[in-house]
Design a protein around this ligand. Sequence first.
Ligand code: ASP
Length: 434
Amino acid sequence: MTTNIKFNLTARILLAMALGILVGALFKFMLDGQAEKIVDVGAFSFGIKALFVDGFFHVGGQIFLASLKMLVVPLVLVSLICGTSALKDIRTLGRIGSKSMLLYILTTAIAISIAIFFAALVKPGEGVDMVATSNFNPGETPGLAQVFINMFPANPVDAMAKGEMLQIIVFAVLFGIAMSLAGEAGERLRLIFEDFNSAIMKLVEIVMQLSPYGVFFLMAKQFTILDLSDMGKLLNYFLVVLFVLLFHGFVVYGAFLALVARLNPVMFFRKMKETALFAFSTSSSNATIASNMATTTQKLGVDNKVASFTIPLGATINMDGTAIMQGVATVFIAQVYNIDLTLADYVLVVLTATLASIGTAGVPGVGLVMLAMVLQQVGLPVEGIALILGVDRLLDMTRTAVNITGDAMVSCAVGKSEKCFNADTFNDPNAGRH
Ligand code: ASP
C-alpha cells in the first residue's frame, strides 16, 4: 500500500510538471504578447493574468518554495549535528571533508573544461549579430579571502536566520564534535537531536507529498512568462549548453559512479528522478536540499553521517551545471564580440569558475553573478551577459538538476569509500518508497 504512494509521487510530480507546462503554454497563447487580457463572463470581468498567473500560480508556487526553504535550516543543522556527533573518530570527518571537497572541485573543473571544449568546437557565437539591449547588474561579489572569513559565524543564530549555509555547516560540525567529546551529557543530547531529526524528516515527507501541486503552479507561471523571442540567435548557444549538461550529467557522473564508486549508474539515475524534477522546477539547489537528503539516505543508502555533510555542502559549493553554462557563455560572448581568447584565458576561466562556485549559494540565477566574475577576469565585457538572458531561465532549471545530481553522486562515492553506505538499499529498486 505504502509502496504505491511513493511510486505514485514521482509519477504525480511528472504529471504535474507536464500539466503545468501545458497550462502555462496555453495562457501564454491566450495572452498573445499582451500585458493583460480581460475576460467577460456574464456580469463578471477579470484579467486572466492578474487572476491566474499573478494570482493562483504565483501564490501557490511561492508557498511551495517557502515550504521547501523552511525545511532547510532545521534539517541541515539537526541532521549534521546528529551525523557528526555519531562519528567515533574525528579523523573520519576530516577524510569525508577532504574527499568530498576534492571530488566537488574535480568534477567542476571537468565540467567547465568539457563546456569550453565543445563551445570552441561548435562556435555558437560566430556570425551572431547581437547587441546587449538590457543592462545586467551583477552586484558585489566577495573576494576569496572574504569567502573563507565568511564561513565562520560570529553569531550562529544570525547565520541560521539568514540561511548562511557554510556558516551553519561549520557551526553544526563544531557543535557535533563538542557533543561527541562531552561524554554522557553529549550522549543524552544526541538522543534528543535524533528525535528532532526523525520529526523533521517526517515534515520533509509531508511537504514532499504535497509537492505535485507546488510543481504545477511553478511550471504554469514559469511557462506563461517565458519569453523565448531571442531563441533564434541563441539556439546554438542553448543547444551546446544543453548537450554538455546532459553529457556531464549522464556520461561523466555515470563514469564516476561505475569506475570510482563501483556502483550501478542506471540504478542511481532511476532513483534521482524525483529530486532532479524538484531541482528543475525550483531552479534552486538550496530548496532541493531536503529532497536530496531524503533520496541519498533513504533510496541510495548513503549513511546520514556522510549525506548530512555532503549534500548541504554540495548545494553551496558544487555547481557543475552552472560551471558548464559559464564555460559556454564565456566562449559565446567572446565570439559575438570578436575577441580571441588565448589558452591562458581558458585556464583562467576554469580556475575562476571553479573557485567562484565556492561561497555562492545555490539559488535561482546566481550563475549569472558568477559569470560576471569570470568575464571580468578574462577582460570580456560584463554587459555581454545581457545577450544570454533570454534563454537563461530554462537553462537555470536544467543546470540546477545537474548541480544536485553531482552532490548526490559525490555523496555515494564518499559514503562508499568510507563504508558509510548500504549497498542493499542502493540496489533495492523499492528502497525509500515507504
Ligand atoms: N540555480 C542554480 C542552483 O541553485 C545556480 C545557478 O546556476 O544559477 O544550483
